[in-house]
Design a protein around this ligand. Structure first.
Ligand code: IPM
Ligand code: MG
Length: 356
């Protein structure tokens, strides 16, 4: 089986190196092939998603992605910015289902900015639609307004849209996931204002009837943002569109104490997937060897489970991560008094040791 490894920018190469070691250490034979992406793709080939990188991603059975983005590319035209690499991969590979688990490890409860009793034992899954919504809806652009409040002035516009099949397929992913968990789905929308959301809600209700064993609730996105900090443990699976999911998944990540701990999967209809940490490229700490590699290592575990059919290896990695936390190893982002502060490579070594 072939795994495309796309380290990207910022801390990407450092954290990917540790996840690579973990994969190489498993008693499985994978072919790991690396290619530049994001700012690194732009430097190497003049484009954030070079054709050869896209080709490799298409051929591979799964993709392990680091992170993209750096302040130094902020001035580039949008189509050349590093973010276009991840958006392009999502689109070209039809990765429409983004799974973002937010788990609060008992050892890290005090690292959350919320009171321990609110987050202890938290285990929720955000299912974010990733191929549609205002991210990809056309038309979009900047033009001279013909109407509206200020005709003749410049205006920016994007289009929020979801077709029925798009809502259906992400709905099924959410309900199927809930079946393997606590059997509750909360669909998040803004149907009091948006037509797109009204259709979304109707279709989710219809799909819900096909899963009588799963409880479906609906929530407006503003309320969901509030409930996530008020009583996050009341959620099990949250399903939502691309934009709301982008925002809510960052919020959910922070409940757990560190975004440095959270993996994610972006899947197509056949469970081929791209796996990446939920955090960004953190250019401010890049190259210092202090980034937390655990989200990337856990992303590799998700890859083994969802795309490579190796759930037992996935569980091994997850147990090893749990063990290093129990042993007290902490990178700077999750460090608290009385624990052992380590760098990126030492954390990777601790996981390798725990795997033995
Ligand atoms: C994410 C990121 C991306 C998004 C950016 C980098 C385009 O924030 O994966 O959540 O908005 O989807
Ligand atoms: Mg985001």
């Amino acid at each position: 089986m072939k795994i495309a490894i796309l380290p990207g920018d910022g801390i990407g190469p450092e954290i990917i190196a540790q996840a690579r070691l973990v994969l190489e250490n498993l008693d499985e034979s994978f072919t790991l092939e690396e290619a530049p992406v994001g700012g690194a793709g732009y430097e190497a080939d003049g484009h954030p998603l070079p054709p050869a990188t896209l080709q490799l991603a298409k051929e591979a059975d799964a993709i392990l992605f680091g992170s993209v983005g750096d302040f130094k590319y902020d001035q580039l035209p949008r189509e050349l910015r590093p973010e276009q690499a991840i958006l392009g991969l999502r689109k070209h590979l039809a990765l429409f289902a983004n799974l973002r688990p937010a788990i609060c490890y008992p050892e890290l409860t005090s690292a959350s900015s919320l009171k321990p009793e609110i987050v202890a034992g938290l285990d929720i899954l955000i299912v974010r639609e990733l191929n549609g919504d205002v991210y990809f809806g056309s038309p979009k652009g900047i033009r001279t307004a013909m109407d509206g409040l200020f005709p003749g002035s410049r205006e920016g516009f994007d289009t929020m849209r979801y077709s029925e099949p798009e809502v259906r397929r992400i709905g099924h992913v959410a309900f199927a996931a809930a079946r393997k968990r606590n059997k509750r789905v909360c669909s998040v929308d803004k149907s009091n204002v948006l037509e797109t959301s009204q259709l979304w809600r109707e279709i989710m209700s219809e799909i819900g009837k096909e899963y009588p064993d799963v409880e479906l609730t609906h929530m407006y996105v503003d309320n969901a943002a509030m409930q996530l900090v008020k009583a996050p443990k009341a959620f099990d699976v949250v399903v939502t569109g691309n934009l709301f999911g982008d925002i809510l998944s960052d919020e959910a990540a922070m409940l757990t104490g560190s975004i440095g701990m959270l993996p994610s999967a972006s899947l197509d209809a056949h469970n081929k997937g791209l796996y990446e940490p939920s955090h960004g490229s953190a250019p401010d700490i890049a190259g210092q060897g202090i980034a937390n590699p655990l989200a990337t290592i856990l992303s590799a575990a998700m890859m083994l489970r969802y795309s490579l059919g190796k759930p037992e290896q996935a569980t091994r990695i997850e147990r090893a991560v749990q063990q290093v936390l129990t042993e007290g190893y902490r990178t700077r982002d999750i460090y608290t008094d009385g624990t052992k502060k380590v760098g990126t490579a030492q954390m990777g070594q601790a996981v390798l040791k725990a795997l033995e």
